[in-house]
Design a protein. Structure first.
Length: 317
């Protein structure tokens, strides 16, 4: 495919309380589009139930630029729902996904487009951070551990430092939309659908305005979502714990019987017995917790609730 074709490019921007950052982002997107005069664009802002004036800012942008489109949720459904809604709304031959805080450099969009239109080997161009400058050390530490753990226990590769910022061909977008599961983990979904991806590395950039919406605990719970969504290894671990403790119990029973019958040694050790009971009880509760998490995800999927509910769009305000 040649860059000379009049291709339509959809740029999806999930937004949650980003009224301060949106004017800066729009200015950068204007620079990108002015540098790509041969292509048409649509900017799809997905308002994820923001509590500030995000939707008002988006509507203002829509009035001054007909390329600006928007989807506004009835409440906060989360970034994963916003990504899915944006992908469903996009009509472009190519679709880009970018955060509103300018931690994803919009200037890379033209380079991404150039790669996909000149190298037929690739279906997607994605970005990854080479460092975590500016992040709290504890968050960086656990993030690195998560990526290593995820790639060990899952068949789906999740690249260390991967961002949601990516540029995809329509075929890949359509494949992602076929995965309409309620419990979503996009980084895993992008890898699961396959397609050849070229990675672009860049240094971490601080957000241009506003505050991050991700707390440490929020990211920790999100990482659990990823593990549960793309690996059944925790269930195997729970099964191995059961087998291991059955073996240990059999060995200990044999030792106690032998000591009593051969040496006449009475069974003693109340404190140690209580510690063992608590330890084994804790392991049992841990394994039940793993089973409960998978069961809860299955329960939510079977309810078949919508991933999001639209309150208004630019077509139906």
């Amino acid at each position: 495919m040649s860059c000379n074709n009049m291709d339509k490019i959809s740029i999806i921007i999930p937004c949650y309380n980003e009224e301060q950052a949106l004017p800066f982002l729009y200015e950068e997107l204007q620079k990108v589009t002015s540098g790509m005069p041969g292509q048409s664009f649509e900017f799809i802002f997905v308002n994820d139930g923001s509590k500030d004036k995000t939707i008002s800012v988006i509507k203002g942008l829509h009035k001054q630029d007909e390329r600006v489109r928007y989807v506004s949720f009835s409440r906060n459904f989360g970034k994963e729902a916003a990504i899915y809604a944006g992908l469903k709304t996009a009509t472009g031959d190519y679709v880009a996904l970018i955060d509103a805080d300018l931690q994803d450099p919009p200037s890379l969009i033209s380079e991404m487009y150039e790669i996909l239109t000149t190298d037929s080997e690739y279906d997607c161009v994605a970005t990854r951070r080479v460092d975590r400058k500016g992040e709290p050390p504890i968050r960086s530490f656990f993030a690195k551990r998560f990526y290593k753990l995820m790639n060990k226990i899952s068949d789906t590769e999740v690249v260390d430092g991967a961002r949601d910022f990516r540029f995809m061909k329509r075929q890949m977008v359509d494949a992602i939309l076929e995965l309409s599961e309620y419990n979503r983990f996009s980084k895993g979904i992008f890898g699961w659908v396959g397609f050849n991806t070229k990675w672009i590395a860049y240094e971490n950039v601080e957000r241009v305005a506003g505050e991050t919406k991700w707390s440490f605990w929020g990211l920790l719970l999100y990482s659990f979502e990823g593990i549960l969504a793309f690996s059944t290894r925790p269930l195997h671990i729970a099964s191995l714990f059961g087998i291991l403790f059955c073996i240990i119990a059999f060995v200990m029973i044999s030792i106690i019987i032998a000591k009593t019958l051969i040496w006449g040694d009475d069974v003693q050790g109340y404190p140690s017995t209580i510690c063992i009971i608590f330890f084994i009880g804790g392991i049992q509760l841990f394994c039940l917790g793993i089973l409960g998490q998978y069961l809860s995800k299955t329960y939510l999927e079977t309810k078949r609730r919508p991933i999001y509910i639209v309150k208004e769009t630019e077509e139906k305000p």
